[in-house]
Design a protein around this ligand. Structure first.
Ligand code: SF4
Length: 155
């Protein structure tokens, strides 16, 4: 049953079509081992369909720690990310705190991100939607905010 509590949250099917410019995954919050396994699962599904990150979208994944970065390499995920056009960022505080690649640079830009902060202007002047790791990574390939399901790229 859907909650009746007032929040700023919304279900994806209530948003309408929201085109994105930036998909930002990872960070301290969504850059753990299991998050990376989700990113890899989505990217592998996209790769099987011959897809790369959508035109006009910049997609970043920031490792949550060095051990996650090492695991990603060991599991072959890093190679999958590189093949589909994802840009990988070393562990640290990045676009989440308005630093480095992935920060919006104009108010018209739209970001979907798995970070855990969304204060006005924190990640640049654009609009920012917080979403799950699966949604962020799926959206990178469709170019709009999209929820994951296993046949999303083959239907
Ligand atoms: S700024 Fe963002 S990435 Fe850095 S510690 Fe805080 S929540 Fe994590």
């Amino acid at each position: 049953m859907r909650s009746t509590y007032p929040t700023n949250g919304a279900y994806i099917d209530e948003l309408g079509e929201v085109a994105i410019d930036i998909a930002y995954a990872g960070s301290c919050t969504a850059g753990k081992d299991d998050d990376f396994s989700y990113y890899a699962m989505v990217c592998e599904a996209a790769l099987r369909e011959g897809l790369v990150v959508a035109d006009g979208v910049d997609c970043y994944i920031q490792f949550g720690s060095k051990s996650v970065k090492d695991l990603s390499l060991e599991m072959g995920w890093t190679s999958i990310f590189e093949k589909v056009g994802v840009k990988l960022i070393d562990p640290g505080c990045g676009a989440c705190i308005g630093a480095g690649p992935g920060v919006s640079d104009n108010p018209e830009q739209v970001t979907v991100s798995a970070i855990n902060r969304n204060f006005q202007g924190r990640s640049g002047p654009g609009k920012l939607y917080l979403a799950s790791p699966l949604t962020v990574m799926t959206s990178a390939f469709t170019g709009k905010i999209t929820s994951w399901h296993p046949k999303i790229f083959s239907q």
